[in-house]
Write a protein that binds this ligand. Sequence first.
Ligand SMILES: [Zn+2]
Length: 408
Amino acid sequence: MVRPSDKTANNRTPRELNRSLVLDLVQEHGPISRTNLARMSGLTKPTVSAIIEELLESGSVRDVGTESRGGRPARLLEFNDDSAAFLGIEIGVEQTVVAVADARGRLRARLDHPSVQRDPQRTVRDIAELLPRVLQLSGIPRKRLRGACAIVPGLVERPSGVCVLAPNLGWERFPLRAELSRALRMQVPVYNMPQAAAVAEGQLGAARGHASYVWIYVGLGVGAGLVVDGRLFFGMQGYSGEIGHCRVADDGPPCGCGRRGCLETFTSVMALRRAAEAASARSHVLAALARPHDVGALAAAALAGDEGARGIFLDAGAQLARGIAVLLNVLNPQLVVLGGELLAASDILIAGVREALPRHTVRAGDVPVVASPLGSEAGLLGAVQLAREGSVRSLRLVPDSVLQDSAP
Ligand SMILES: [Zn+2]
């Protein structure tokens, strides 16, 4: 479990912290008795009982009868999955997803809709139209919605929620938070996709129990979500983690950001397509793959043993290692988690990373680099977790700076 930093603890009253602790325990270990909650939390029984009364009243927890094992019968409590619902919105380059999750953060329904380039107003209208349909699909009434969060593949200014730049969507300085909040008639905080994915990874995925880790998206672009000492790290305006635009070659290919030789021009879907085209003269398999080369087909060829396709993923991994090395040298994380389209051949990509890392860092050997078990849903699940943070207030990841932003 991620421990709150001192600052975080100071931002919440002890009562709030205890309440979060008890709620986390009920969620993880329920059905559970008050006695066991007291034992596991280290709180006194009267304190636990008072908190449970509050949680029963709010509906977050319910009484599910008695247990008697030898001694006196004890009332058992469990987390009420139906007590609240949360809205997660992912605006992707190709698809926009609107999803409804239960109080535990499990997806109950989702609707996918093709994204529209260069028209953020239209995207907001599409989302507003999808909302009642996805609620109907989930069977959850709108009045039970307790929070929402949207994510985008681009720079999000904090705390305004203005999407300053999303090159792959063709957006510039769009007030997404304000527009979505107005259209959906509720507060909709906005985050950058890898930041949200990092939150999901810490609560549900490979980074559970880790206080310092980085989550890196390697797909249409490259970007990182940074968790440092149990907190999401945003930087001054929220633009942290843009490792895709670290320059790795002075005379490299032009990048969407207007510069040349950025990391993402060497390790992204576009870079793989370019490499596959360049290599197709030398490989029958690559030549046989349809144009434009699709990453899934290329990954399948690599996994089937085609040396040309394998080499492309190994090279992409070796380039990615340069960006990862910067984060390892600066942040000294416990774990690196990778997600995104290039993970379709994760073992080969990661082998390329591992082979190259020692050339760029002083101590790389002991930091695990793993593929996200959450797959393509990492960002969306992160949006749901961030929507929940405003009301459920788990202690597992305590981004209090996030909470201040998402308070209505
Ligand atoms: Zn760039």
